[in-house]
Design a protein around this ligand. Structure first.
Ligand SMILES: [Mg+2]
Length: 263
């Protein structure tokens, strides 16, 4: 692995947990590593499937950690879902299960959020989930209303291991309603199209950096992007052999990228 492609890369898509921070702490000298990438003319997009927070909340969190810089962007699976709705369900009545903050983000983006007679249901990572919301969503699903989910992750990493994420809720709703959702976030290639439009860079000049084989690296391969696997999160050299995808480069953590020429 030579990492020669890093020179040609215009946009780095950076996964968050396990890639730039762990448990809310930047990994090593990450702020200066990201500054080096910016200084080399690379654009940075912080890309997460976690749709429990808004883009603004992530910008503030990353800024507090010294990770967010001028020209950087944040893009979440919720942002991608808003785009999907505007392309395919423009003006539709949307039943959204999400945190209050993400609900506000959808409304601000012009999505018509309703509590009854929806044209489409959307499940985001609702960390304020209640039985009343599950019951209402299940009711609409049993009546055949189209069903979208922001992302497929089964679990979300925590300091002690993991907690249930949207994929786990989808398994439950699959059992109760018999329905499966159309999933929007990584590893679905649709997210790549949106990022290419957002940045103006072709997919071939984008590189996904992440710690998960089945979302981050799968996503890069599905989109025709380059990829860097970092071993600072979920994946080990041993466990990566269990996946059909392979990254273009493997780093212990992203800080190791300064061993490679960037331009
Ligand atoms: Mg991660």
């Amino acid at each position: 692995m030579t990492g020669e492609f890093l020179k040609e890369t215009e946009v780095f898509l950076l996964d968050l947990d396990g890639t730039v921070y762990l448990d809310g702490t930047p990994i090593g000298k990450m702020p200066s590593t990201l500054q080096k990438l910016r200084a080399a003319g690379k654009r940075l997009v912080f890309l997460t499937n976690n749709s429990s927070r808004t883009e603004e909340e992530y910008r503030l969190k990353l800024t507090r950690m010294g990770l967010f810089g001028g020209g950087d962007l944040v893009f979440t699976s919720a942002s991608a879902t808003v785009r999907y709705l505007s392309e395919r369900y423009r003006g539709a009545r949307v039943f959204l299960v999400a945190t209050a903050a993400v609900m506000e983000e959808f409304i601000a983006a012009g999505v018509n959020i309703v509590g009854e007679e929806p044209d489409v249901c959307v499940l985001a990572y609702d960390t304020e989930l209640t039985f009343a919301k599950i019951k209402q969503l299940d009711y609409f699903l049993q009546r055949g209303v189209p069903f979208l989910a922001t992302h497929p992750d089964d679990v979300c990493p925590t300091s002690y291991g993991s907690m249930p994420d949207v994929g786990s809720f989808l398994a439950m709703l699959g059992r109760s309603s018999g329905r499966t959702a159309t999933v929007i976030g990584k590893p679905m290639p649709l997210m790549g199209e949106y990022l290419s439009k957002l940045t103006g860079a072709p997919l071939s000049k984008m590189c996904m950096v992440g710690d998960r084989m089945h979302t981050d690296i799968r996503f890069a391969n599905a989109c025709g992007m380059r990829s860097v696997l970092v071993l600072s999160g979920e994946t080990t050299r041993e466990s990566m052999k269990n996946f059909p995808d392979s990254p273009d480069l493997i780093l212990e953590d992203l800080n190791e990228i300064d061993k490679y020429p960037l331009f």
